[in-house]
Design a protein. Sequence first.
Length: 125
Amino acid sequence: MFNSVRMSRLALTTEISLWYFPPSRGAPRFPEGTRQMTKADLVEAVSLQTRMTKKAAMELIDVVFDNIGKAVKKDARFSYPGFGTWSIRTRKARKIRNPQTNEIMKLKATKTIGFRPAKELKSTL
């Protein structure tokens, strides 16, 4: 696609930026905070930064998140230094009201996964 030997670092970055974000697609030229990154966006970014194919990047991302999920399930916690910690959280049983019938119902205690960002990640926001 391009010859990195002949291009300066700035020109290479510009070339990748123009190729990665073509104006005809209209994405992702959004004001900050108005659009969330999707899995497809993450796959594309990883494939560009690592020079992997999109298929290989998607498989890598899937393997990483599958292993994070398995680690949380097995150990009830997974920590990635500098990024954050995933952990299992328990929600207490509680009573709720059906707004259509005003019937009081009981919800069982449930488990969910929570994420707590590390100080380093918080400081970059």
